[in-house]
Design a protein around this ligand. Structure first.
Ligand code: ARG
Ligand code: ZN
Length: 876
């Protein structure tokens, strides 16, 4: 079994660094296998540290070539060196300069952390702790330095050389074929925001004038020949800059802003100061290669990384426990941006679907952790839905509690008071306390403990008194027995048979929000003329699970009359979920599938063409994993799949005429130019949601329809929707469509990813074999994270019946992949493993199979810290 438990880092052990590094001068001579890095560090004792403490610089896999102090080479007795640390036991008790030369092999760097090569392009990824793979350093975010970087490379191999900050100087080194560029970043920053790029890249650019009148040169760099696919990303940069000025008064602060797209990248993108580096999946877009969802993701991630310039870079994190300080806040900011660019209700529904699909299960399983964790073994395993998405929900609740105006003022104060520093969650909350005079100490509990709170609610109407009262009770599963109640903002309203009951009043409801902050409470609303249906948690005002005794006819009243778009959608989802779960348990529900279909039919009649994007969401039933999350234990994914399939078939049958009519009404005349805007995307979404139900009701007709759409489609959204529909319908048409798609896009890696993913998600017995076969496909590569995520990630995270096969074959496939990947790229291996996060909620046979796969992984010698941590906690 395991012998080496990874050491744990604890929040309570934080103490300031004993040394600071004010300035860093880096000289990087790029070479495929023999890159030389010389770092000149201006070090001084930290007045807040321990006097006389040793200087211990972090390293990871480093080879030291030379070391000197104030220009004198150091005697061997004066330091100790290992790949993982460089120690000066008795450093000078005054400022001094340390010059360190290290040697790297960027081509051999398969972990994609530190300096590596992606398709021949030199690039870096330093968050969370990759800078220590470039040079020995105090690699912690509260050590902030001013960087000057000189980059040198062979000019033919790397004509483009980019660094953080502003360009200072560039030139050729005559007679060598090499050239150089010098970059200077005037803003002090932690090492995790360091970046450099060198390679052959195409550039598209524009100029942005900030609100204070400064011109900023914007550029997006992509693989040669792909410049025309960078226009949308560049446009998104401009819109992000303008939005942050307008919405938060935040302007950009350098002369240039560069975005570089690379094809091998561990995550989505990285907010390095002035030099954002992106997974090219979130930059490159053309109508023929990107779907509407891709365009939306590009817009959101471009915005996210740009917004970090203030929430993350100008104000950074004191330590990695504070990760949500930058990530939760920045997700909140990018969600607001996308909501302003698109339909707010539709976007909000998307946010909540993501939260429920990823964060709720995480919070209910063995990998649950507080939004601000208290300990970690491997920080890279804490870039989670909880830190990001639940972190964003906390910021949104804060705004709901204090109001928009005070929220904006508090944000201004937070930026002003913490600019140029490494801050904490407490610093963040303090800004809002100072602004509003409120005590937010109880609200801060949202950061402290894991688990999704549950709110049980029952309503009582008193016709004589014309009052309606809500009895509320909260519980906190998974938070521990000493957990206090949380502060839950409930945005609410009452709906009558013909619409909202606007005269209803309560002194405890302010601007539509009731603050529920005890274990139990009763809210009485007055002046309620008729028996109402309550519309609670409007806009999903708190990240909780709600148990409300309400019958389905009342929910259908909400679908018809609620003024809150989120709750209209939620009402239909709840009815659909009850129908499916009822069917799978053999229980009857008061509203049957036919009545639900009739309600959907009149909803579509009234609203589908007015708001197709919203209608598409109403037509999309809760996913299999949503249902699993609702059921909560003893999960049988096959039964869930069957119940969902059955309801799709019934709805498709009952609504056939309506769905065909909608498809006709929404079809675009041939030759209509593609536009990725939200309205056009919404029409495509509804047409394709209709196709899904049509095919469920009539597989033969549906297959023909999907196949025809694949051939006639003028864009990737429709072509891929056709292929996804066809993927559920076994037969020769499907296999032929897969083959011709692969041929057509053989030279398009990002499109091939979609092809791999669709096949990995087929809910059929043959899929495990198919995935194993595809792992041998010439286009598959374990070294490319996008490819691994597309094939094995989609299988593990988006194919519940096949991953959870009762014979264990799905678990074995994923475990084999994790082990094959671990040595080369432990971060991606660990990410894949999170698919096992809900194993304890399975029925016993599958649970046993999952457990043995986990035990096999954990028992493997030489496992990375990343995978050991996830496997250990999953079993723990
Ligand atoms: N800060 C990046 C972002 O904005 C993510 C970096 C993730 N790094 C990691 N090692 N997991 O989302
Ligand atoms: Zn981020």
């Amino acid at each position: 079994m395991r012998t080496d438990t990874p050491p744990t880092v604890r929040l309570e052990d934080y103490r300031p660094s004993d040394h600071l590094i004010d300035r860093v001068e880096l000289d990087v001579r790029l070479d495929p296998h023999d890159t030389r890095v010389t770092a000149r560090l201006a070090v001084r004792p930290n007045p807040a540290g321990r006097p006389g403490a040793p200087l211990i610089l972090d390293g990871d896999d480093l080879r030291l070539l030379a070391l000197d102090l104030d220009g004198q080479s150091l005697a061997p007795a004066a330091f100790r060196v290992a790949p993982s640390a460089l120690t000066l036991p008795e450093p000078p008790q005054r400022p001094f300069t340390l010059t360190i030369e290290t040697r790297l092999d960027p081509t051999a760097n398969t972990k994609l952390m530190g300096l590596y090569r992606s398709n021949g392009v030199y690039c870096t990824q330093c968050e969370a702790d990759g800078f220590r793979r470039i040079t020995y350093f105090l690699d912690r975010p509260d050590v902030m330095s001013i960087y000057t970087t000189r980059i040198e490379a062979e000019e033919a191999a790397a004509p483009v050389l980019l660094g953080n900050g502003n360009p200072v100087e560039a030139g050729r080194i005559e007679g060598t074929g090499r050239h150089f560029a010098v970059w200077h970043d005037p803003h002090p920053k932690p090492a995790y925001l360091f970046a450099l790029v060198g390679g052959r890249l195409d550039r598209v650019s524009s100029t942005f004038t900030t609100m204070d009148g400064r011109a900023v040169e914007l550029a997006v760099y992509v693989e040669p020949g792909k410049g025309d696919r960078a226009a949308y990303a560049l446009d998104a940069v401009e819109r992000s800059m303008a939005w942050d000025e307008r919405t938060f008064g935040r302007a950009y602060d350098l002369d240039v802003f560069n975005v570089v797209a690379v094809s091998d990248f561990n995550m989505g993108a990285m907010e390095n100061k002035g030099l954002n580096i992106f997974n090219d999946k979130y930059v490159l877009a053309s109508p023929d290669t990107a779907t509407d969802a891709d365009y939306a993701a590009i817009e959101a991630i471009i915005a996210h990384e740009y917004f970090h310039n203030w929430s993350g870079n100008r104000v950074t994190c004191r330590d990695w426990f504070q990760l949500c300080l930058k990530e939760g806040l920045t997700v909140f900011r990018d969600q607001e941006f996308s909501s302003d660019m698109r339909s707010r209700d539709v976007h909000r529904i998307g946010e909540v679907r993501t939260l429920r699909a990823r964060q709720f299960p995480e919070d209910a399983g063995p990998l649950a952790h507080p939004v601000r964790p208290k300990r970690y073994a491997e920080i890279n395993n804490f870039y989670t839905a909880t830190v990001y998405e639940k972190g964003a929900e906390i910021v949104r609740m804060l705004r709901t509690l204090i109001g928009e105006r005070a929220f904006r003022a508090g944000m201004d104060r937070y930026f002003a008071e913490n600019d140029g520093t490494a801050a904490t969650v407490e610093d963040f909350l303090r800004a809002f306390e100072a602004e509003t005079g409120r005590d937010l100490s109880r609200f801060a509990e949202w950061y402290e403990r894991p688990g999704t709170p549950r709110v049980a609610i029952s309503g009582h109407y008193d016709a004589g008194a014309q009052t309606y009262s809500l009895e509320l009770r909260q519980t906190r599963p998974g938070a521990g027995s000493d957990a206090p109640p949380v502060v839950i903002p409930i945005r609410l309203g009452l709906i009558g048979q013909d619409g909202p009951l606007d005269d209803a009043r309560s002194s405890r409801v302010t601007d539509g929000v009731f603050v529920f902050d005890r274990w139990d409470d009763v809210l009485t609303i007055e002046n309620v003329a008729t028996a109402p249906v309550p519309s609670l948690f409007r806009g999903f005002s708190a990240p909780v699970r709600v148990d409300m005794a309400m019958d389905d006819t009342e929910r259908l009243t909400l679908l018809r009359h609620d003024t809150d778009g989120f709750n209209r959608w939620e009402a239909a989802q709840r009815v659909a979920a009850r129908l499916m779960i009822g069917a799978l348990r053999g229980e009857a529900t008061e509203v049957g599938a036919d009545a639900f279909a009739a309600a959907l039919d009149s909803f579509l009649d009234a609203r589908a063409l007015a708001d197709p994007a919203f209608a598409a969401l109403v037509l999309s039933l809760p996913s299999e994993s949503d249902l699993a999350d609702d059921i909560g234990s003893e999960i049988d994914p096959d039964a869930i799949h069957a119940a969902r399939y059955d309801l799709r078939t019934r709805l498709g049958t009952a609504l056939t005429d309506r769905l065909h009519a909608l498809r006709d009404a929404l079809s675009e005349p041939a030759g209509t130019p593609f536009s990725p805007d939200a309205a056009s995307a919404g029409r495509r979404a509804l047409r394709n949601a209709a196709l899904d139900l049509i095919a469920a009701a009539d597989p033969t007709g549906g297959a023909a329809c999907a196949d025809a759409q694949i051939h006639s489609a003028g864009n990737m959204t429709d072509r891929l929707a056709g292929l996804s529909t066809l993927a559920l319908l076994p037969g020769e048409t499907r296999e032929a469509a897969f083959a011709s798609f692969a041929e057509r896009y053989a030279d398009e890696p990002l499109v091939l990813d979609k092809w791999f993913a669709i096949q990995a998600m087929i809910p059929e017995d043959g899929t495990v074999e198919r995935v194993r076969r595809l792992q041998e496909h010439p286009a598959f590569a374990m070294t490319n994270p996008n490819r691994v995520r597309a094939l094995v990630g989609s299988f593990a995270l988006a194919n519940p019946t096949q991953f959870n096969r009762s014979d264990g074959a799905g678990f074995t496939l994923v475990a084999d992949t994790v082990l094959a990947l671990d040595r080369a790229n432990p971060q991606i291996a660990a990410r894949l493993m999170t698919a096992f996060g809900s194993w304890r909620r399975l029925e016993p046979v599958r649970r046993g199979m999952a457990e043995s796969a986990l035990r096999r992984i954990l028992a493997t010698p030489g496992l990375s810290r990343d995978v050991t941590d996830i496997a250990g906690r999953s079993l723990g």
